[in-house]
Design a protein around this ligand. Sequence first.
Ligand code: GDP
Length: 213
Amino acid sequence: MHIDNSNESIDYSKVRYLLGAAELHQLPDDEGIEVAFAGRSNAGKSSALNKITGQKNLARTSKTPGRTQLINVFNIDDSNRLIDLPGYGFAKVSRAVKNNWEKTLSEYLQTRRCLKALVILMDIRHPCKDMDVAMIRWSLAAGLSVMVLLSKSDKVKQGERAKTTRAVKNTLKPFVGPDSELLISPFSSLKGEGVSAVTSFLNNTYKKGPLQT
Ligand code: GDP
């Protein structure tokens, strides 16, 4: 079935879990559009996915460190998918697990042609750790659209939210090129701040349609 992206409004409550891939060959065909969610473990990624889709248990991934980490795939409709990348920066993960994760992640980011955008969650109280900045730099350099969600914004006062948003924007500004896009918003799964901003970002990305090559 062909989906006319120009007119359809996307209903994120229809998002359904499809599969968890330990290796890239287990992913669905490299067609349509994917937007991937990434972030350090505990940044609030599962809560954000649940909030955006209005489903309490959608991203109920295991929090056990050292367990096989999967790339979780969710179908929105026939051509659009959300991807939940394994959380990074878990200190207790063994070197071997970490190496394997980094290899799979970088392969996914570098080879997946239907990947159009990344949503990166950073705890508003601890933003821009090395791995966050590396992910954002790489994604922008690859011409992907990036939205940074400064998560758990309810944990800080309004003034600090605005201040951190400005500081993060300044830190990341040098990496935004002429063909890339970077949006930054405070986000709270608890209070709903930033939900409409990320939903519009997703809508815009999916509506652009698959890359014609
Ligand atoms: P993940 O490891 O990135 O998937 O993070 P989770 O979504 O599991 O969240 C980690 C912890 O942060 C949990 O205890 C959540 O309840 C908490 N958390 C997540 N989002 C928010 C938020 O918006 N506000 C607050 N106050 N806590 C949050």
